[in-house]
Each structure stands twice: as C-alpha cells, then as structure tokens.
Design a protein around this ligand. Structure first.
Ligand SMILES: Nc1nc2c(ncn2[C@@H]2O[C@H](COP(=O)(O)OP(=O)(O)OP(=O)(O)O)[C@@H](O)[C@H]2O)c(=O)[nH]1
Ligand SMILES: [Mg+2]
Length: 341
C-alpha cells in the first residue's frame, strides 16, 4: 500500500455544556434558592506524534472529527461532565499547517503532544448569579462555543540519509544492499513509487523515488518526494554507470549531465539542500571498465563536485554485487554523519 504522506483534517473541539436553572426543594425550606450548576467543559483537540510512519492511512476514510461536548449542569449546583479530549495521532515527521492562520507545527519525537483546539467552557448555572439583592436569579448561560480548524498534514520522513538520483540508477538496490530492507527493484524507471526506509544500526536511510528534470515543478513523481530529503543530514547521490542498458555504458559526458540535473532540481526546490554533505555513488560499476570509471570521475569534477571543499563529500565506485564496495560506502556514510554531527 502506498505511503500516505499528505492529508487534510477537519477538526472541532467540544462545545461547553449549558448552565441550568434549578431550585432547591427541601422539606422545611420554603423559599428554595437557586440550585442550578455550571455546564461541563468541551473536550480539547490535540495532536500526538507516534512512531508509525504509515499512520496517516487511518484518515483515508474519515478526516472529520469532533471532540466530546460538555454535559449540561445539574441540580444541586453540580457541574456537568466535561467532554473527553480528542487525541489525533500523527506519524513522527509530520508538519501541521493550520489553513487559516498558516501557522505550522512540527512533530519530531514520538510521544510529543500539542493542544490545537480548546473546548468551550461550560455556561454558568443560576446558582452563580445569586447576589444579596437577587436571591432568586433565573439567569443561566449557554455553553461556550467550540473551536474549529482545518489542518494540512505533510509528512517529511525523518531519515539521516537520503538516497537520491535519476530513475533506474540503482538506488533501491543500494538500500537493500546497505540495510536489511527488501524493497522492490526493477529494470525500468519509476519502480519505486513511495519512499523505502532501511537502517544501518541506528542510522535511518531513505530511498526516495527517482527524480527527473523539472521535478521541483512537479514533473514525474514531482516535488512530493523532495520534501522527504529536507530533513536528512546526508545525501547519497546515485549515478548509474550503465545507460539503463548493460550493453551500452553511459558516455562520460552523460555522467556530468545526470549529476547536474539532480543538483539543479534540489536547488530549485530548496537551496539549502545543496548545502548538505553529499556522497556521490557511481553505481553498477561491474558493468563498465576501469577506464570508463576514471573518465566518469573526471567528468564529475568538471561539474563542480569537489569532495574536498566541505571535507565531507566523496565519490565512491560501487557495485551492489561487490560486497567490499558496499562496505566502503557504509563506512563513508557513518564517518560523514559523525563529522556532520
Ligand atoms: N549489474 C548491476 N545491476 C544493478 C546494480 N544496481 C542496480 N542494478 C540493476 O539496475 C536496475 C534498477 O535498479 P533499482 O534499484 O530498481 O533502481 P532505482 O534507482 O531504485 O530505480 P527507480 O526506483 O525506478 O528510480 C535493476 O535491474 C537492478 O537489478 C549493480 O550494482 N550492478
Ligand atoms: Mg527504486
């Protein structure tokens, strides 16, 4: 099932219960005084972050929720029962935007809670209007109104590492080789339609669907997935050394072009993405010769990638069939993250 990472919720807190008009009736008390209690408070609406990144699926069939209303007051100056709070769970990594105010809230830790809408207060009962001059007040108050809000929820995965690149570059194969993930691999573009996650020990790695020229403006699978890269600390940029055809290795000049396409999209989406440490992985090295690899590396340097500038970047030559090359990448990932921290 596809990962749901965008949803709109229509939420409302509970209204307050009405205050009531009641009179004291007791033996021997001839003029029973006002005895009506206050209404109960309506429930609040709060968000709570949970670890399950697929949690938004629960809102596919229902996206309108109302917290419980407060109950009316009772006789004997009893306050009505408060409405229960409504707790709306969201996956960690959710960014909530209130449509009207445009105010945003980020939920980054499981268990984090925030109250978004406050329930209405209960109305006053007639007892509360009693004064020395008015001993039999008939006044009461209706419960206070609820608050309503429309909230856009966007999930941006919280991963340490984002694997990016053109379609068919070998990103998912690499995720599987690096972690214990078993995500689907295919010899065609856009095999991956939703992000896959894997872990190298404590390091969370996200494989993002292939990006194409114009992705930042919504082409292909669009900018939808660029969001998932925004919180990563390190980019692993994959460039396939084949041209999608094992018999036809990529022209060295194409390597540079492929690299630049992705960098341009990153910058167009969010310039700060270009500041992230990056490891370039030339994938499928088993399909090409050593001299082709050397030529490809040269081309990358011409494209402006200088691993030494930030002291973090690297170019690695990897074949998913060659374990030492995958191990070297794993090591580079941990080292680069350690430096970035
Ligand atoms: N020979 C060889 N083939 C590879 C290697 N890595 C990936 N492939 C093949 O390249 C094709 C694409 O691999 P994927 O991992 O699905 O590529 P992707 O970048 O995730 O593709 P999208 O999800 O479509 O963007 C598959 O047929 C893989 O088997 C490699 O190191 N060597
Ligand atoms: Mg893939």
């Amino acid at each position: 099932m596809a990962l749901i990472d965008e949803i709109t919720l229509y939420l409302e807190s509970g209204t307050g219960g009405d205050g009531v008009v009641r009179w004291r009736h007791e033996k021997y008390i001839q003029h029973g005084g006002p005895f009506g209690g206050k209404g109960g408070k309506g429930g609040d609406v709060m968000f709570e972050a949970v670890a399950d990144i697929s949690y938004l699926r629960h809102y596919r069939t229902q996206n309108k929720f109302v917290a419980e209303h407060g109950q009316p007051g009772g006789t004997g100056i009893r306050t009505g029962k408060n409405g229960a709070d409504l707790i709306i769970k969201l996956p960690v990594g959710s960014r909530v935007t209130e449509q009207h105010t445009k105010q945003t809230y980020d939920f980054v830790k499981a268990g984090e809670r925030m109250t978004m809408l406050i329930g209405g207060d209960g109305g006053r009962g007639n007892h509360s209007y009693k004064t020395s001059t008015n001993r039999s007040p008939r006044q009461f108050q209706h419960g206070h109104p609820s608050q309503k809000g429309i909230f856009d929820i966007e999930l941006a995965l919280i991963a340490d590492v984002g694997i990016i690149g053109l379609p068919n570059a070998g990103k998912t194969t690499l995720l599987n080789a690096l972690t214990h993930a078993t995500a689907k691999v295919g010899n065609y573009p856009f095999t991956t339609l939703e992000p896959n996650l894997g872990a190298i020990g404590p390091i969370i790695v996200a494989d993002v669907p292939g990006l194409i020229e114009g992705a930042a403006q919504g082409k292909g699978l669009g900018d939808k997935f660029l969001r998932h890269i925004s919180r990563t600390k390190l980019l692993v940029h994959c460039i396939g050394l084949d041209a999608g055809d094992p018999l036809q290795p990529l022209e060295p000049s194409k390597i540079r072009e492929h690299y630049t396409i992705i960098r341009t999209e990153l910058g167009a989406y969010e310039p700060s993405l270009l500041e992230k440490p990056e490891i370039i992985v030339l994938t499928k090295s088993d399909l090409v010769t050593k001299s082709q690899i050397t030529a490809a590396t040269k081309q990358l340097k011409k494209a402006g990638f200088s691993p030494d500038k930030s002291g973090t970047g690297k170019i690695l030559i990897v074949s998913s069939q060659n374990k030492p090359s995958v191990a070297a990448l794993k090591k580079a990932i941990s080292q680069t993250l350690a430096k970035a921290n």
